[in-house]
Design a protein around this ligand. Structure first.
Ligand code: FE2
Ligand code: FE2
Length: 241
């Protein structure tokens, strides 16, 4: 959140995450969010569009492996959420990165029809994979701080798959891009869109977790009020799109 200089912001983010995972309900809520981002609300939903437009068998095979990996990831995180033994808080659409991104690029409502569509879909997947890898590192640190080693192990195994998926993304976008310059340009544009969507997602999450007292205390409430003075209260339903 750009209200604070970045070293302080990342320290706050670390503390915030540690407090969130300090209760079983906080852990279950976070793990449900991660499961959703792996599942049909996130990455998995993209593949059906892609498979319809991929025209060579080798790439089709990669896409199918990728799709089944993401489905498996969703199940792994759902199992870890359940293992926490408490019902998660069901968080609103504004806490979902894909929902914000989709508002910008209308991906879910616009089927992949041609080679260019495959190229764009895999650029989108690439930036989602990049984000997942950065976030997984932070989450592993948080779950390790409360001794939930089984969840840490799941994050580590899934992160290894995401590294492999990044290679698929590079191979497929390279093959389907009109040119190398177009691939680089497209990737930079997608990264910019994702960064803005991620910041909005973070603000919504901050609001929801403090409001539900999953992260509690005067410091967090003060920070939330300052952030909302500057950026406004987030539209949690994303209804205004
Ligand atoms: Fe995944
Ligand atoms: Fe992935």
């Amino acid at each position: 959140m750009s209200l604070l200089p970045s070293p302080i912001a990342s320290l706050f983010e670390k503390q915030f995450l540690r407090q969130l995972v300090s209760t079983p309900r906080g852990r279950a809520t976070l793990l449900m969010q991660v499961a959703r981002s792996e599942g049909t609300d996130g990455e998995t939903g993209v593949f059906e569009h892609i498979l319809a437009s991929v025209d060579d068998d080798e790439v089709k095979k990669l896409v199918r492996v990728h799709q089944s990996d993401e489905h498996r990831h969703e199940q792994l995180f759902l199992a870890r959420a359940k293992a926490q033994g408490e019902a998660p808080l069901m968080t609103p659409p504004a806490t979902d990165l894909m929902a914000h991104l989709d508002r910008q690029i209308a991906f879910q409502r616009r089927p992949v029809r041609d080679r260019h569509g495959v190229f764009e879909a895999y650029l989108l997947l690439q930036v989602l994979e990049e984000r997942a890898l950065r976030q997984f590192g932070r989450m592993m640190d948080a779950f390790a701080s409360v001794g939930d080693d089984e969840t840490v192990a799941v994050f580590a195994a899934v992160a290894a798959d995401e590294e492999r998926h990044l290679k698929y993304c590079l191979a497929i976008t390279t093959r389907y891009a009109p040119s190398e310059a177009a691939r680089r340009e497209g990737l930079e544009m997608m990264r910019r869109l994702e960064r803005a969507a991620f910041e909005e997602t973070q603000r919504a999450n901050f609001h929801v977790f403090v409001d539900a007292r999953l992260v509690d205390g005067p410091v967090w409430r003060f920070l939330l009020s300052k952030i909302e003075q500057r950026f406004g209260v987030p539209d949690l339903s994303l209804a205004a799109s």
